[in-house]
Design a protein around this ligand. Sequence first.
Ligand code: GTP
Ligand code: MG
Length: 282
Amino acid sequence: MQTIIGLGQAGCRIAECFKRHSQYSVIKIDVGLEKSKNVFSLKRQSSPELYEENIPYDIGTSLQREVKSETLFITSCGNISGAALAILEKIKDNTKISIMYIIPQKDDLFGDKKLQNNLLFNVFQEYSRSAAIERVFLIDNQKVSDAAGPVPVLKYWAALNEMICATYHMINVFEHSSPVLTTMTSRINTARISTIGLMDPKKNEEKMFFSLDIPREKNYYYGVPKKQLEEDLNLMETIRLNLKRNTDHDKMKSTYSVYATEYDEIISYCEKSSTLIQKIAP
Ligand SMILES: Nc1nc2c(ncn2[C@@H]2O[C@H](COP(=O)(O)OP(=O)(O)OP(=O)(O)O)[C@@H](O)[C@H]2O)c(=O)[nH]1
Ligand SMILES: [Mg+2]
């Protein structure tokens, strides 16, 4: 079982989506939440710094008790994200941490949020490069929105959050199942700055959730209906062609894995990882 910790509005809402799947234990931290098991309410503060200075003592001991062996910590860069590093510090000896960092759209980045984004975007990448955390997944709301296509205003965040959760979850499920075919070997240990996304196998179109510069490793996951695995004569060639087209430099390691599913249609996802610190788009 894996722990999902959501901090702030974006973090908590995405974390909430994971409750649907029995593999996860979900913890939420924000202001104005009704306190219950695995829900922690912080006092509202006026700046990220004040959140950092005012972490209640008991939250550390509770989190240490609750976290499982692996944790995905989800946050964006609102004021409350000032508490992120202090919270991570408290649980780092109790669980293996990965971070999912949500980057707001450009028109939503100003004032404290912009400063906080500059800080967290870099710090989380430095943490993962130095192996203080397992991995950081960079997720750009604009890219997720592009992948989702047109959505009614009232369903906007819900649609993005569902897509982020489903993509992470499916890759996670595939990683923990046996492929019928794979070219995957052990991962490149230094490529820990990652992103995830969807793949349209027919059009050979990737919809990644962050535009990762110079990926070192790309892993494609294909979930194929059983019947198609038995009968489709072209699938193998399509998958290999996709891989070939998407390998854009010599040092890049591209792999694919094929899994049997009970779905009616083929589904596919991609995870990319880089060794290099990414820059904020100008
Ligand atoms: N993907 C996604 N992004 C969101 C959601 N809600 C807000 N955001 C983005 O996250 C950024 C940070 O805002 P919030 O998550 O609301 O901030 P917060 O973490 O609650 O922090 P405060 O400033 O203390 O309220 C916003 O500027 C939005 O761009 C959501 O439900 N899903
Ligand atoms: Mg908030």
